[in-house]
Design a protein. Structure first.
Lengths: 223, 223
DNA sequence: ACCTGAACACCGTTCAAGT
DNA sequence: ACCTGAACACCGTTCAAGT
């Protein structure tokens, strides 16, 4: 607990927005937003809790800074390059990649309206461009883009909530199923029992996109 | 702050799991899970904070109880009645209705893995049944059901996060757009500018379901 | 300018004590 | 059996003070 006292000496690193956010991101990645606190962050930086307030005006600002930091790394597809369905897939994969890289922050990002709007503008711009190229009229573009974003959020949340690296909630649900009376959930038991090993290995994220893209074509998109 | 002291007298209402959960649900509905605390709940019940622990083992248990309370009110469609796409729609609407009724709790329910599994089993049973009736093979059923659930979660979250009663995040994003340089987000500006008033009034939730159901038919479902 | 330290108004929960 | 009250180890943040 040996803290520096007063103004730091010449050789020491100064406290910086950058340094604070980098440390905060590591703490959130490791322990989640729940376990993250200004006091823990200060201890991690070897600094008095109040020192942080000189660079960022509060906890909300720190979390908003983290969202900005992470969203800046989104690599969205360039407009007009390649086929539109591939561009939609590229947007979806980029957004999902962000969530996979920082699942704990993602839960905050997605559930918090304010935080979400930061990423939403960029992501929707890319989606609108791709869907316009599909020849959809304006109202259909908005609906299709909403569907894609909502799907990514829902999928990402399930992924971020489950054990790290597990891409489906089904193993957990199946475990619960065994503890319940056999006559309950017949459709669930029948379908899950009919799955083969290689069915489970397929990437469920891409499978959802397949259905969405097929649906967009069916309601008027030109493939 | 006049609290009853010691054992309640004969005429007084005893503290009950039911009474506690009912009060907790009201507090969460009003102030959100963030502002909810055991101490506030106790004050609301006119009781010492520790009295609650005799009926529920902690804060997590109270929140889990709320999720159970709310999920018990889900009215899912009966198996085998009507056309399968209508059953899928009925499941989606029931689940969404739950979120509309308790948006603050829904954010917790959806973002928290443990809480979500409670509702997930029931909802997926109904979805699997409907999708099996569509003639899909087992792996396709799982993927389609995942898509529907993820969509509902994503949509519901956006709805629960935004101002009450507002079914789309677009008004908020458009407001942000005006503050930014004109050359940014061209596709967003073009498409949103091309919307007419009645386009904005259409229910975006059903529009997303339209695309999903069309996609399910396209990948092999028999309508 | 940049950081500290005490203080305030909160948390969830344990544990011993009251009736 | 059911509830209380003090206590512990935490929070975010304000404000006055140090260097």
């Amino acid at each position: 607990m040996a803290r520096r006292l007063g103004r730091p000496k010449a050789g020491q690193e100064l406290l910086t927005r950058q340094r604070i956010l980098t440390a905060a991101l590591r703490l959130v990645d490791e322990g989640g937003v729940e376990a993250f606190s200004m006091r823990r962050l200060a201890a991690d930086l070897g600094v008095d809790p109040m020192a942080i307030y000189h660079h960022l005006p509060g906890k909300r600002a720190v979390l908003a800074g983290l969202v900005g930091l992470v969203c800046a790394e989104l690599r969205l597809p360039a407009p007009g390059v390649g086929a539109w369905p591939e561009r939609v897939r590229a947007v979806a994969r980029a957004y999902r990649g962000l969530v996979l890289a920082h699942p704990n922050l993602a839960r905050h990002l997605i559930a918090d309206a304010e935080a979400a709007t930061v990423a939403a503008l960029e992501v929707n711009e890319a989606l609108f461009e791709a869907l316009a190229a599909a020849g959809l009229p304006a109202p259909a573009i908005v609906r299709a883009a909403d569907l894609v974003v909502d799907y990514i959020h829902g999928f990402a949340l399930a992924e971020a909530a489950g054990p790290v690296g597990q891409t489906s909630v089904w193993p957990e649900l199946v475990a619960r199923l065994d503890e319940l009376p056999h006559e309950r959930f017949p459709a669930l038991r029948r379908v899950l029992g009919g799955l083969r090993e290689d069915d489970r290995r397929a990437d469920p994220f891409e499978a959802g996109l397949d259905i969405i893209l097929a649906g967009i074509v069916a309601v008027g998109g030109t493939p």
